[in-house]
Design a protein around this ligand. Sequence first.
Ligand code: MG
Length: 246
Amino acid sequence: MKHALTIAACLLAVPAFAQDQTERQREAAKTEVWEPVPATVATPEGAAPSDAIVLFDGTSLDAWEAEEGGEAPWTVADGAMTVVSGSKGIRTKESFCDVQLHVEWRSPTDIEGFDSQDRGNSGVFLHEIYEIQVLDSSDNPTYPNGQAASIYKQAIPLVNASRAPGEWQEYDIIWKSPRFSEGGGLESPARVTVLHNGVLVQDDVVLSGKTEYIGAPSYPVHDCAPIYLQDHDSEVSFRNIWVRKL
Ligand code: MG
């Protein structure tokens, strides 16, 4: 008898439970957002995402030109491009504003007699004027606002995530260009987030203006512009460079 009552109680409870579940699903659906559906981006391991513009795939400098125009003067070998000391920097033929930029670089192993800013110096410049420093900062003291992954002379990296000279290193840069009003006033400054070898080193840093070697930075009015890689008399190599317009 007791057993029969239990079964009866269960039969009564099932519809109530189901009703409760339906009600919960209806409530949950109210906070589900089904549009817009994000575009699908393929992310093959070790390669650029499918919606990226490949700036260097290891084989040609077609996307680049010399600082003063004409063919980019750096060498390409073994899947990497390398600074030719004294040839000056190279810049992309295409202009960019807000971007996600991936750059891999390697500083020379021949470090004898080179220290501080003279060891493995290059740079990734946004708009050709804002430098994310490239430097061999592995056991190489220098002023911290000029070490690897610094916003040169403006922001010290949160940590030193450097690898040894000769090892490939990665920068992932999220760049927001400055905005200017019609009259040429600064509406919003440039901001940058940088990961060095996967480690956060610049966290949404606000720039004070263009990179200056001497003196305080300020903003020139400008539009979108090329990405520039620096020749600082050190045979730094680069590979796997891609950019996504934001
Ligand atoms: Mg530099």
